[in-house]
Design a protein around this ligand. Structure first.
Ligand SMILES: [Zn+2]
Ligand SMILES: [Zn+2]
Length: 158
């Protein structure tokens, strides 16, 4: 379930720099507490719920952390655009390309839990056309596709 502590979150400089740039854009600061939440997400190869994150942080920092604190940091990380929330799984993943604002589509593997983030202009255009034709004004679009990833499909004996 939870990843081994040894594999700890040494945040790759690239991701940290991108997150800091997003903060600077919005006149915000990447505090150590915010950074620690981001680092846990980056260190894990599957989405994490707020409670899983809380448990990992408590284990690492050897102290109690309130769920609200975790939610607050997650909200911040989503606001600056470095973390996405998966609606269907009620969990969080680090963005694959936080260098620009975007809508995302996600492919969720039900076998290994891997999440693939794609950014398809074609899908976005098509969805906004459909909404347009109906006079509908979307404010948030969620595209999450559940299934089995290529790696899992290949290793399936059937
Ligand atoms: Zn993204
Ligand atoms: Zn898989």
């Amino acid at each position: 379930m939870s990843k081994p502590l040894a594999k700890t979150a040494r945040l790759a400089p690239k991701w940290r720099a991108l997150a800091e740039a997003r903060c600077a854009d919005q006149g915000e600061r990447l505090t150590p507490a915010r950074l620690s939440v981001y680092a846990e997400l980056l260190a894990c190869d599957r989405p994490l719920s707020a409670y899983e994150l809380m448990a990992l942080l408590e284990q690492r920092q050897q102290r109690k952390i309130a769920p609200l604190t975790v939610y607050r940091h997650l909200k911040f990380l989503m606001r600056i655009g470095v973390v996405h929330r998966l609606q269907s799984a009620q969990s969080y993943v680090p963005c694959d390309h936080p260098d620009h604002p975007h809508d995302s589509q996600f492919l969720l593997c039900s076998s290994c839990g891997h999440v693939d983030e794609v950014e398809s202009r074609g899908i976005e255009t098509m969805l906004s056309q459909i909404a347009d034709e109906r006079g509908f004004r979307p404010d948030h679009t969620v595209v999450e596709i559940k299934g089995v990833c290529g790696t899992c499909a290949d290793s399936d004996p059937d």
